[in-house]
Design a protein around this ligand. Structure first.
Ligand SMILES: Cc1cc2nc3c(=O)[nH]c(=O)nc-3n(C[C@H](O)[C@H](O)[C@H](O)COP(=O)(O)O)c2cc1C
Length: 217
């Protein structure tokens, strides 16, 4: 039973959640996304790459709103369709947005951030040094209860496929905008689930760090 022991060890070794300097906003309404522009798709594909050198420069709220819309926002208002696919339209991935000013869940329908934990949890998401200063960490959390119509043994792999589609959307948005980004699977899922008080049945699958290139200023 190596896995439970590893998980307990991971909790003990996780950095503590960082208290905030000022009280967080309970809700952050994001500016309406543009839904047009950016690089031609093939140019963005040609530029897509992983970065691990970030500056500590913040991301403007309008860029964060565009990024989250590109990631998994609503692109068909009438039916609530999203920019990333999901098996049977279960849309089982929630994006948690970990900022220096608090940890939020992206509510795609309202296009706003809802406070999940009044802490800076960026450094608790993994083990790489840039996590303490890169401005945004996106955490992809699956709620497998939304995949009731998918056979139980396929739910997790289908959720990983959905998360992978979101990861690529974010890579392409960042390539298009000249921003630094890196997907991350090496992270502390147990500590994150505890710190975010995720409900039973919800589990963090992947993370992705977003910011500006280290040489940008
Ligand atoms: C599922 C997944 C997990 C990953 N986990 C990490 C990670 O924990 N840390 C990291 O630095 N890069 C991580 N990466 C990024 C890969 O290392 C990167 O995509 C690979 O080196 C190829 O480089 P490229 O993205 O620039 O083409 C991950 C990528 C994927 C798809």
């Amino acid at each position: 039973m190596v896995r439970p022991l590893f998980r307990i060890g991971a909790v003990l070794n996780a950095p503590a959640p960082r208290p905030l300097d000022t009280a967080p906003h309970p809700v952050i309404v994001l500016p309406r996304p543009l839904r047009f522009g950016g690089m031609p798709l093939l140019d963005a594909l040609a530029a897509r790459r992983t970065s691990r050198e970030f500056s500590d420069e913040d991301i403007h709220l309008d860029v964060l709103g565009e990024l989250l819309w590109a990631a998994n926002g609503i692109n068909r208002d009438a039916e609530g369709g999203r920019t990333a696919p999901s098996a049977l339209g279960g849309y089982e991935i929630d994006i948690y947005v970990l900022l220096s000013t608090g940890s939020y869940r992206y509510d795609a329908g309202a296009h706003q951030l809802v406070l999940a934990a009044p802490f800076d949890l960026r450094a608790t998401t993994g083990y790489q040094d840039f996590l303490s200063y890169a401005p945004v960490d996106l955490l992809y959390v699956a709620d497998l209860n939304r995949l009731q119509d998918v056979p139980a043994r396929q739910r997790e792999s289908f959720a990983y496929a959905s998360a992978g589609a979101i990861v690529q959307n974010v890579y392409l948005y960042c390539a298009s905008m000249g921003m630094a980004v890196g997907a991350r699977g090496w992270m502390n899922r147990t500590a994150l689930a505890a710190n975010l008080k995720l409900p039973v049945g919800s589990s963090p699958l992947l993370a992705q760090t977003v910011g500006h290139f280290a040489h940008a200023h």
